[in-house]
Design a protein around this ligand. Structure first.
Ligand SMILES: *[C@@H]1O[C@H](CO)[C@@H](O)[C@H](O)[C@H]1NC(C)=O
Ligand SMILES: *[C@@H]1O[C@H](CO)[C@@H](O)[C@H](O)[C@H]1NC(C)=O
Ligand SMILES: *[C@@H]1O[C@H](CO)[C@@H](O)[C@H](O)[C@H]1NC(C)=O
Ligand SMILES: *[C@@H]1O[C@H](CO)[C@@H](O)[C@H](O)[C@H]1NC(C)=O
Ligand SMILES: *[C@@H]1O[C@H](CO)[C@@H](O)[C@H](O)[C@H]1NC(C)=O
Ligand SMILES: *[C@@H]1O[C@H](CO)[C@@H](O)[C@H](O)[C@H]1NC(C)=O
Ligand SMILES: *[C@@H]1O[C@H](CO)[C@@H](O)[C@H](O)[C@H]1NC(C)=O
Ligand SMILES: *[C@@H]1O[C@H](CO)[C@@H](O)[C@H](O)[C@H]1NC(C)=O
Ligand SMILES: *[C@@H]1O[C@H](CO)[C@@H](O)[C@H](O)[C@H]1NC(C)=O
Ligand SMILES: *[C@@H]1O[C@H](CO)[C@@H](O)[C@H](O)[C@H]1NC(C)=O
Length: 320
């Protein structure tokens, strides 16, 4: 029995020497006051919470916030908090015959939700306009941050009452990303804390990855065009200059030509065309044992087979 009494005394002593819970209150989005009393940890008991603005009636808590079943906060809606927040705010926590009262100044403790409906419009004047919506626009200042092509963020202040931002002469080949946050501005009793950033809005036809894709898609085509031009130049120069000294080794035989087409495709094909054209014009001085007419037929057949449509002399495809 004495030990139990001692234990009880120790426990109650512990309870009574414990600090009163600290109550922290914020005006959330000018819609309700959110108070919490779990800064030093979840309390041992369920406190009942009362609150009131100066010279108003006290109110029971409408919505408790709880942690593991124990009350740790209260969300209390109020009208006209833009004006009311200038009055002293009173809170009372009570449990049994213990009560803790406190007063708070909420003027600068407004926390807005992030701006919503952030949209981007490409105006006809070649400017990029961003629009958003925030509560109490006439009293709210904003800060935007934007970045181009995922580089560093640039920030910019937007004055009270303005819910839009302009970027001049954007480059349509870049990617623009913008976000906005806001708080009650100086004229209306500046709040300490900014809202969180809004959802981003993105503008720009081309992506960084898009640009890479288009470059890699064009590169092979450029190589092909360059190769064709080079071969055409060689074919134009060679027949006119010292052909007996430098015989053209490009396509000695139709059978080899076929092999070349299969393995190398375009350049040999162009060479074959050029040789055929030279033979037809009677300018062919290169090697070749067959008669000019027979070789020409072989040329045509090969070309038609390869292209699968009429050759450049207007003949139908081979076999048609
Ligand atoms: C109220 O405050 C508590 C603690 O700061 C927080 O966890 C909770 O999300 C807040 N509720 C609202 C509606 O802001
Ligand atoms: C607080 O109240 C809830 C129910 O309202 C209960 O489940 C919980 O155990 C209580 N917590 C304490 C510490 O009494
Ligand atoms: C608050 O609630 C208690 C019971 O939960 C009730 O007795 C009391 O009258 C209420 N006070 C007000 C101001 O609503
Ligand atoms: C809630 O209870 C669980 C288990 O009982 C514990 O792990 C957790 O830390 C508690 N949460 C808080 C916020 O106290
Ligand atoms: C307050 O409560 C304690 C125990 O919880 C009790 O000993 C004390 O008499 C109470 N005081 C009043 C004024 O009711
Ligand atoms: C935001 O956009 C939604 C749908 O686009 C619309 O219903 C809502 O009214 C807008 N909110 C504001 C504050 O303009
Ligand atoms: C932006 O608007 C201008 C003028 O209306 C137009 O010429 C341009 O193509 C637009 N750019 C995009 C990416 O929509
Ligand atoms: C939302 O913002 C747009 C552009 O700033 C504005 O025209 C519109 O009236 C706003 N909507 C509301 C509900 O405030
Ligand atoms: C307000 O800002 C301070 C300082 O940045 C920060 O420590 C605190 O957590 C913020 N409060 C809320 C409710 O966001
Ligand atoms: C950019 O490209 C990536 C991957 O190709 C895609 O997920 C993303 O949506 C694109 N962004 C824009 C703004 O087109």
């Amino acid at each position: 029995m004495p030990t139990r009494l001692l234990l009880l005394l120790c426990l109650s002593g512990h309870v009574f020497t414990k600090e009163p819970p600290e109550v922290d209150c914020w005006v959330i989005h000018l819609k309700h006051v959110n108070c919490s009393w779990n800064k030093q940890g979840t309390p041992d008991v369920n406190y009942t919470f009362y609150s009131w603005f100066h010279s108003e009636k006290e109110k029971n808590c409408t919505t408790y916030v709880s942690e593991n079943g124990t009350n740790t906060g209260c969300i209390q809606p109020y009208d006209e908090l833009m004006d009311r927040r200038f009055s002293t705010f009173h809170t009372r926590l009570s449990h049994g015959n213990k009560t803790f009262e406190r007063t708070h100044q909420l003027k600068q403790k407004v926390l807005l939700d992030a701006p919503i409906n952030l949209t981007v419009k490409n105006d006809s004047d070649y400017n990029l306009w961003f629009y958003w919506n925030q509560t109490a626009a006439h009293c709210v200042e904003s800060e935007v941050r934007f970045r181009v092509n995922d580089k560093n963020w640039e920030t910019s202040l937007v004055s009270i009452g303005t819910q839009k931002y302009c970027i001049n002469l954007p480059s349509s080949s870049s990617r623009y990303e913008l976000q906005v946050k806001s708080r009650v501005g100086e004229n209306c009793g500046e709040s300490f804390n900014w809202s969180s950033w809004s959802e981003p809005a993105v503008w720009g036809s081309n992506n960084i990855t898009d640009t890479n894709v288009s470059v890699s898609a064009w590169t092979p085509l450029l190589y092909v065009v360059a190769a064709v031009i080079l071969i055409l130049l060689v074919m134009m120069i060679l027949p006119n200059e010292r052909l007996r000294i430098i015989p053209i080794p490009v396509i000695p035989k139709p059978s080899l030509l076929l092999y070349d087409i299969e393995s190398l495709r375009r350049p040999p094909l162009r060479a074959a065309e050029a040789q055929c054209a030279a033979r037809k014009a009677g300018r062919w001085r290169g090697p070749g044992t067959r008669s000019a007419a027979a070789t020409l037929d072989a040329c045509r057949a090969l070309l038609a087979d390869h292209l699968s449509y009429g050759d450049r002399w207007g003949n139908p495809p081979a076999g048609a």
